[in-house]
Design a protein around this ligand. Structure first.
Ligand code: SAM
Length: 280
């Protein structure tokens, strides 16, 4: 990445024949990544409650963008909410289908990217459960995703998009893995091994090394670039408005209106006609 700082750790691994080094943003959550992600992900019941509350207040049917392997989509379905899921990773959706079937939950899933999605209907609530929107690599892709959201949003609907500004990885954390050992002895880890951060383009690219060691099998190792792109509240509002949406609110976790320097906020977008008449 030009114009950013580059902090390598752990040496040059290009000679490691066992490495899968695919770096396409759309294929990030494939291969062993979903396995390690599911094992090490933190689950916060407040996030599920926030999504359930948004859908219950905003309306149904609802659509979760970046539903992944079904968290919190399956909890919402179990709670009786009419929520469909969309994700760009076939591997994540396969895990979601298996989990849904094991729990006896019916799901409607679409294997599409949010920036090109073309779905059969419209939704009264469109939401992302976490800051997956920050995975879109640049403003142009974000603009396309916002335009697709507008076209899939019912006129009385609303879209909720959590956003954040990532912290750079501290140099002494590079190469330090987070690990998990499963009951069958399978050992897995993920570590940031290098990072570029470019404040001018609001983009951070972190090289992550994933490992899965199943007893008695060859280790599976891959490295992926985890790309995050962030927005100022004003910049995001400009993109939303250019895509034909109006900002109803941008709120920090403390309930304040997001402003310059906010690191973490939820944007709620609606059709401009609805915003103009002040419908809540
Ligand atoms: C951080 S995971 C979140 C998964 C799940 N909702 C959770 O909270 O555990 C992000 C998900 O977004 C998906 N994703 C990334 N970029 C996407 C895009 N452009 N369109 C649709 N899904 C995308 C990934 O495949 C992945 O499953």
């Amino acid at each position: 990445m030009s114009g950013g700082s580059h902090v390598p750790a752990g040496g040059d691994r290009r000679d490691d024949a066992s490495l899968d080094q695919s770096s396409e943003p759309a294929s990030f959550y494939t291969g062993i990544v979903p396995l390690v992600y599911a094992a090490l992900r933190s689950r916060d019941s407040d996030d599920v409650a926030a999504c359930a509350d948004f859908v219950a207040r905003t309306g149904q049917p609802a659509l979760e963008l970046g539903c992944g392997d079904g968290y919190p989509l399956l909890e919402l379905r179990e709670g009786g909410l009419d929520v469909h899921g969309l994700d760009s990773s076939a591997d994540m959706l396969a895990r979601c289908r298996i989990a849904a079937s094991a729990r006896g939950i019916e799901v409607t899933l679409f294997h599409q990217a949010m920036e090109t999605m073309t779905l059969p209907g419209t939704y009264r609530a469109i939401f992302l459960a976490g800051p997956t929107f920050n995975l879109l690599p640049d403003d142009a892709t974000a603009s396309r995703a916002l335009a697709r959201m507008r076209d899939h949003l019912a006129v009385d609907g609303a879209a909720r998009i959590p956003l954040f500004v990532p912290e750079p990885v501290a140099p002494d954390h590079l190469g330090v893995p987070r690990t998990h050992t499963a009951d069958d002895g399978t050992w897995m880890s993920v570590a940031a091994v290098a990072q570029d951060r470019d404040v001018a383009t609001r983009t951070q690219r972190t090289r992550l090394r994933y490992e899965v060691h199943v007893p008695g099998s060859a280790p599976r190792i891959l490295e992926r670039d985890w790309l995050l792109h962030w927005y100022t509240p004003d910049g995001f509002a400009g993109l939303a408005e250019a895509a034909g949406l109006a900002v109803r609110s941008m709120t920090t976790p403390d309930g304040d209106t997001a402003g310059v320097g906010s690191q973490d906020y939820d944007a709620v977008l609606v059709h401009p006609s609805r915003h103009a008449v002040g419908t809540s």
